[in-house]
Design a protein around this ligand. Structure first.
Ligand code: ATP
Length: 351
C-alpha cells in the first residue's frame, strides 16, 4: 500500500483562470524519497501545501497511510495528518532557543520525554551543543538542520521538503543533501521534496515527477527520466538535448543524422532526443567507427572548454547539434568531422 496517495488533485486560485494544480496524481511508497521537479510557478509548492493541509483543493483526494486526509467533503487539519515539513526559509521561531524549537512539535507529551526526544534529534543532526543558542546565532546550514530535527522529532510518517537547500552555498548544499538523505533513511521516513533543481532531484530521489504548468508530465526514476524522456518539455528540462523529427520504421528511424537506432519500436513521424554525450565526433577519413552507428558529415561551428568536456556545436544539413566530447578531442572551429550517434535515440513523442 502506498504511504501517500494523491488522486486527481486540482486547485484554482482564480475561478476563471486555469488550475494551478491540474488533476495531479502520484503515489509515494513507504521509505521512498520522491521529488516534484519543475520550473518556478508550475504548482509544486501549492501541491505540497495541499498535502500538508494548508490549502483546500477544488477536487481530488489525498490519503496518507491508508487514511483519507483530504477530499471535497473531508479536511483533516495539518497537525492531525502525521506529516512533517521543512520550508525554504526554515521558519524557526526566533524567540525560542534551538532545543525549544525542536520540542515545539512535541506538545502533549510529558516534559522530560519531550526534552529527551529533542536532545536525541539534535544529536542526530550534529547540533547537541547548540541547544541553548537562538536561531540568529546559527549559520544557514545549522538552521536548516534544526528545522529538520524539529520536523522529524514527532516521528512523522512523511516529511515534506520545500526547496530546503536553496539558501545554502554550493558546497554546503551537497553535504547537507547527503546528510539529510542518510538521516531519513536511518529514521525510515518517506519524503516528498519540491525543487526546481534537476541535479538535486536526481541525487536525492528514488523517483521524480516532472511538473509543467500544473500537470505532471512524467514519473520515473532519475535514470529513466534522463534516458527516456516522454515529452519535449521533460527532454529539455532535464538538461541540454538534441531534438529532431524523424520517421520511425520499427527499431530504426530515418532522421536528419541518417538511419538511427531507436530505444523502443515506433512507427511513423516521431520526435527523437539524443543527449550531447550520446553523439561522437570522428575524423572525416574513418567515419565508420566500430562502436557507433553510421555517421554524417558535419562542420565544427564552435568549441568551448567545460573542464572535463569540450562542448561542440556541429552544423549538418541546416541544423546544429550539441556534442560533449572528452577534453582531449582535437577538433577546432572550422574543422570537418563525422557526427555519429553512439546510443539509440529516445523516442520522445509519436507525432
Ligand atoms: P516556485 O518554485 O517559484 O516556488 P512553484 O512551482 O512552487 O513555484 P506555486 O508556488 O505552487 O509554484 O505557484 C503556482 C502558481 O500559483 C503561481 O502562478 C502563483 O503565482 C500562484 N499562486 C500561488 N499561491 C497563490 C495564492 N495564494 N493566491 C493566488 N495565486 C497563487
Amino acid at each position: 500500500m502506498p504511504l501517500l496517495s494523491v488522486e486527481q488533485l486540482t486547485k484554482r486560485f482564480v475561478a476563471s483562470g486555469p488550475p494551478v494544480v491540474d488533476a495531479v496524481s502520484f503515489e509515494v511508497h513507504p521509505g521512498e524519497f520522491f521529488a516534484l521537479l519543475g520550473p518556478s510557478g508550475c504548482g509544486k509548492t501549492t501541491t505540497l501545501r495541499l498535502i500538508a493541509g494548508f490549502e483546500r483543493p477544488d477536487a481530488g483526494r489525498i490519503s496518507c497511510d491508508g487514511q483519507l486526509v483530504c477530499a471535497t467533503d473531508a479536511h483533516l487539519p495539518p497537525e492531525q495528518r502525521g506529516i512533517g515539513f521543512v520550508f525554504q526559509d526554515y521558519a524557526l521561531f526566533p524567540h525560542l532557543c534551538v532545543l525549544d524549537n525542536v520540542q515545539f512539535g512535541l506538545s502533549g507529551r510529558p516534559r522530560n520525554e519531550r526534552t529527551k526526544r529533542a536532545q536525541s534529534m539534535l544529536e542526530r543532526v550534529g547540533l547537541a551543543e547548540f541547544a541553548d543558542r537562538f536561531p540568529h546565532q546559527l549559520s544557514g546550514g545549522q538552521q536548516q538542520r534544526v528545522a529538520l530535527a524539529r520536523a522529524l522529532a514527532p516521528s512523522p510518517r512523511l516529511l515534506l521538503l520545500d526547496e530546503p537547500f536553496s539558501n545554502l552555498d554550493a558546497l554546503l548544499r551537497q553535504t547537507t543533501r547527503h546528510d539529510v538523505r542518510t538521516l531519513l533513511r536511518d529514521e525510515g521516513v518517506s519524503a516528498l521534496l519540491v525543487t526546481h533543481d534537476q541535479e538535486e532531484a536526481f541525487t536525492l530521489a528514488d523517483r521524480v515527477a516532472v511538473m509543467n504548468a500544473g500537470r505532471i508530465e512524467q514519473i520515473a526514476t532519475p535514470e529513466e527520466l534522463y534516458a527516456r524522456p516522454q515529452s519535449r518539455f521533460v527532454a529539455n528540462f532535464l538538461g541540454p538535448t538534441n531534438l529532431m523529427p524523424a520517421h520511425a520504421e520499427g527499431d530504426t528511424a530515418q532522421s536528419p543524422l541518417g538511419k538511427i537506432q531507436l530505444d523502443r519500436p515506433a512507427h511513423g513521424p516521431v520526435l527523437l532526443a539524443l543527449r550531447p554525450e550520446h553523439l561522437a565526433l570522428l575524423p572525416p577519413e574513418n567515419g565508420s567507427g566500430q562502436n557507433v552507428q553510421a555517421g554524417c558529415d558535419g562542420l565544427v561551428t564552435s568549441c568551448h572548454f567545460k573542464g572535463r568536456d569540450l562542448a561542440y556545436r556541429i552544423a549538418h544539413a541546416g541544423n546544429e547539434y550539441l556534442v560533449y566530447a572528452p577534453s582531449q578531442t582535437p577538433y577546432r572551429h572550422g574543422d570537418d568531422v563525422v557526427l555519429c550517434p553512439c546510443r539509440a535515440a529516445s523516442v520522445v513523442e509519436e507525432l
